[in-house]
Design a protein around this ligand. Structure first.
Ligand code: IVH
Length: 668
């Protein structure tokens, strides 16, 4: 393909791909299959790799991220980002309307919108292209998170049509949809990490991540609700947002124009009920005067516009009796106190339990058995106890004393220095921990033994056949058949499932054995770096830290895991049974040790190889990518238009600077 042809094809593919993104993420319409979509994207990436100089930041290929921002730039907002005055009271809403009627002598319209519970963002477009995205910050200045925002597929990178203003800012809320939030927490649970508290915190945490490739994987969404600029097409809010729909923005279809406060109340009543069915969280509705002329007349207070108000839904709250506290033991030994409540109806479901999280929370709330407690369902999915009705406290009640021994195995509990949770450290003797580890081992993304679900594990464990993951590989038909509820068919499925799991590649076995904090990605990185279990087992903390993306916590955890004799014994038995503990030949062929021990920074534009490919090559050859030049940098690979700061720093620190060709020779 010639450069001209490539340019054409890139433009063509970009257009088609963005059209599909628009249909899927903005309009919720799926026109082609995932496979067809991936094929188009792959073709684009292939052409771009062949002609890296043709990669534009606006290319859909760039939506997968890959930019690492160590520190976000502070940017002053062109228009300050104000907040809204808010209320929980219908009376105050009527007062708001009365004030407006008094100030404006003419007729007015309200626009009713949902109040999205996420993170506010202001996005600037110039000549139809996304140029900058800034968080609210303190309202005056915010953080520039453009690279992260580009990965959100419902946000257009290039606008549609041709009647958009030359330069404008659009504001909205970045939210994390419930299904994504649940998925992330499921994954965190898999690797023994505390779950994220609620979708809003997760959205805000995600937006501030340094690596935009991770942001891309988190699938944030964005609803736009405010537009600012000098030459907007209409003189009213609703109509401009309507135009923004045509420019490709995801303006909520829930917006409604009403003629009076009665219409506002109808909107509120409808959404107070319907909000539980939305795929994301809202915490109220926002009411805005539609006409700009009238907005101007009403003006602003120091903090917020007088022409808008947020009506917040009261978090649904009921009171019920705390009957007892149960303590659950997770796979990692973490103890979670759970309140058993007298069943009560809350937000349409019967609530019998609420998480109390940890000892600190119990102490802070000072909840006691027999107390009448307030339970709320707010942004969190799981109801929580928010307080105690002290007037109803039984006379002789005593403060809860957190258990000191494991409720399952009676081992003494310990509490880490900086951890809120108590842990049972009897890893090898505590039933829920053992069963939890087996469950993780068999799960789909690990060894994928689908005939080995929770119930079967329970059965195998209780019958004394399986005490650890290695025991699975000793199971025979004659062991299984005498078990209750184990028919011939299920027994043979189980045996064959276990047998075929021996084909699972090393990197997944490494994930499956359940080293704390080692998720799928870290397992893969470790497997590719050390290539077999023996090398990994021998690695010191320092050596572990040499691996890209492996931090202190994971290094520590891996090291501890292999210091444990029992773990070593299980691995050695699994080894004997024929599980993969070495990287496959195919995977090995793509790796080398040529850059082992080297920390490398790349900067600038490259011609023979794309930046992503370059980074991949560094990792596959055993090196470590870093985004900033420091004392520990070994090389700076300098491309065209290299960042002057990086160059200066490298020269000052005496870091070796090499060109693209030289680098390619090193790994030849
Ligand atoms: S309009 C000057 N509309 O609520 C008006 N804000 O307390 C600017 N929010 O910072 C905001 N949904 O993060 C507006 N439909 C909506 C909204 C909304 C959520 C957030 C936004 C803002 C805060 C105001």
């Amino acid at each position: 393909m010639t450069a001209t042809e490539a340019k054409h094809r890139i433009a063509e593919l970009s257009k088609i791909i963005e059209e599909h993104n628009y249909n899927y993420y903005v309009l919720d319409k799926s026109i082609i299959s995932d496979m067809e979509f991936d094929k188009l994207l792959k073709e684009l990436i292939d052409v771009e790799n062949e002609y890296p100089e043709l990669i534009s930041p606006d290319s859909p290929s760039q939506r997968v991220g890959g930019t690492v921002t160590k520190e976000f730039k502070t940017i002053r907002h062109k228009y300050p980002m104000l907040s809204l005055s808010n209320t929980y009271s219908e009376d105050e809403l009527i007062e708001f309307d009365n004030r407006i009627a008094k100030t404006l002598s003419s007729k007015y319209e309200y626009v009713c919108e949902l109040k999205y519970d996420g993170v506010a963002i202001g996005i600037t477009y110039k000549q139809g292209k996304l140029v900058q995205a800034v968080t609210r910050g303190d309202g005056e200045k915010g953080d520039e998170v453009t690279a992260n925002v580009r990965t959100i597929k419902s946000i257009p990178i290039k606008l549609r049509g041709n009647d958009y203003p030359d330069d404008f800012e659009i504001r909205g809320e970045i939210v994390m949809p419930h299904d994504i939030f649940d998925e992330i927490n499921k994954e965190r649970e898999d690797i023994g990490e505390e779950p994220l508290a609620n979708p809003r915190n997760s959205a805000s945490g995600t937006l501030k991540m340094q690596d935009s490739a991770v942001v891309a994987k988190r699938k944030l969404d964005c609803y736009l609700y405010f537009i600012l600029g000098e030459d907007l097409p209409f003189q009213s809010h609703y109509e401009n947002l309507d135009a923004a729909i045509r420019w490709g923005f995801k303006v909520p279809k829930y917006n409604m124009k009403v003629g009076n406060i009665k219409g506002v109340f109808e909107f509120i009543r409808q959404w107070d009920k319907a909000r539980h069915g939305l795929p994301f969280d809202i915490d109220g509705v926002v009411v805005k005067i539609n006409s700009y002329e009238q907005q101007k007349t009403l003006g602003f207070t120091a903090k917020s516009p007088r022409w808008a108000i947020a009506y917040k839904f009261k978090a649904e709250r009921v009171s019920t009796k705390l009957e007892s506290i149960a303590y659950q033991v997770g796979r990692t030994g973490a103890i979670t106190p759970v309140a058993n409540l007298k069943p009560v109806l809350l937000a349409g479901t019967t609530v019998k339990r609420a998480s109390l999280h940890n000892a600190d929370i119990i102490e802070k709330l000072d909840v006691r058995i027999g107390d009448q407690v307030y339970v709320e369902k707010g942004g969190e999915i799981i109801p929580k106890i928010v307080g105690v009705d002290l007037s109803k406290r039984p006379v002789h009640s005593v403060a809860v004393e957190f258990i000191t021994r494991c409720p399952e195995c009676n081992a003494k509990l310990v509490r880490g220095e900086e951890e809120a949770a108590h842990f049972c450290q009897n890893e090898n003797g505590c039933p829920p921990q053992i069963k939890g580890r087996i469950e993780h081992f068999a799960s789909r993304r690990a060894m994928n033994i689908d005939s080995l679900g929770r119930e079967t594990i329970e059965l195998l464990f209780n019958s004394g056949l399986v005490h650890d993951i290695a025991d699975l590989y000793d199971l025979k038909m004659e062991d299984l058949l005498p078990l209750e509820r184990m028919a011939e068919k299920s027994a043979s499925n189980l045996i064959s499932g276990i047998k075929s799991s021996k084909q699972i590649p090393f990197e997944r076995v490494l994930f499956a054995i359940g080293i704390r904090h080692v998720g799928e990605t870290s397992a893969k990185k470790l497997a590719y770096y050390f290539k077999d279990i023996n090398a990994l087992e021998k690695a010191s903390r320092e050596e572990l830290l040499e691996v890209g993306d492996i931090g202190e916590r994971i290094a520590e955890s891996v090291h501890n895991f292999f210091s444990d004799e029992k773990n070593k014994e299980i691995i050695s038995r699994l080894h004997q049974k024929g599980l993969n503990f070495t990287l496959s030949k195919e995977a090995l062929a793509t790796t080398s040790d040529k850059l082992k021990g080297f920390t490398i920074v790349i900067s600038g534009k490259f011609h023979k190889i794309s930046r992503d490919e370059l980074k991949k090559q560094i990792e596959q050859n055993g090196g470590k990518n870093s985004s900033a030049v420091s004392g520990s940098t070994n090389f700076l690979v300098a491309g065209e238009n290299i960042g002057p700061e990086k160059l200066k720093k490298a020269e000052k620190l005496g870091v070796k600077i090499i060109a693209e060709d030289e680098f390619l020779k090193m790994i030849e």
